[in-house]
Design a protein. Structure first.
Length: 168
């Protein structure tokens, strides 16, 4: 259902307003905005500036969210019988699973085998089991938090910025 007139949509520029728009999966303005990423091709052989790369990063994030929304929308339509040229509905691959774990365990035990694997609890589960005070006393020196790999994130991300090259 369109909530704007065709003329209004044609005059609109794709913006953050789009994320809550009911027609975002079918809007041509938004599609053209995302497809404009391809325009960077035409700027060869010059190298991209940092500002252009930043714009591509931002647009790529938006593109991923938009394509996910379009995929969900297209699947819903395909499940009602809409056909998309070159595409078909398939079932995702799944792994086998037991239908009744208790019955499985009982049968394997009856057969004289151990159906269980022993695994150490995760750090969080262990802390929950022992309580924080006991956990700290017993296991703090055996606990570490590995360094996370570097990644780019938008400035709105809540994590602290890593200052590179002695900045600050
Ligand atoms: S998706 Fe964005 S540009 Fe398209 S109609 Fe909605 S708000 Fe406007």
């Amino acid at each position: 259902m369109l909530f704007r007139t065709k003329k209004e949509i044609e005059e609109m520029k794709a913006s953050s307003e789009c994320t809550s728009c009911p027609v975002l999966t079918r809007c041509r303005t938004l599609a053209e905005h995302h497809m404009s990423l391809a325009d960077y091709d035409k700027q060869l052989p010059k190298l991209l500036t940092e500002e252009e790369t930043a714009r591509i990063l931002t647009q790529a994030e938006e593109l991923i969210q938009w394509t996910d929304a379009v995929k969900d929308y297209a699947l819903k339509c395909a499940l009602t019988g809409v056909r998309y040229p070159g595409w078909k509905v398939v079932k995702k691959n799944t792994k086998r699973r037991f239908t009744d774990e208790t019955a499985v365990a009982e049968r394997v035990i009856e057969a004289g085998l151990d159906p269980f694997e022993k695994k150490l609890l995760s750090v969080s589960a262990m802390e929950k089991q022992l309580g924080k005070e006991k956990f700290d006393k017993l296991l703090l020196d055996l606990t570490e938090k590995p360094e996370g790999k570097m990644e780019l994130a938008p400035v709105t991300d809540t994590r602290a910025e890593v200052l590179i090259g002695g900045e600050g």
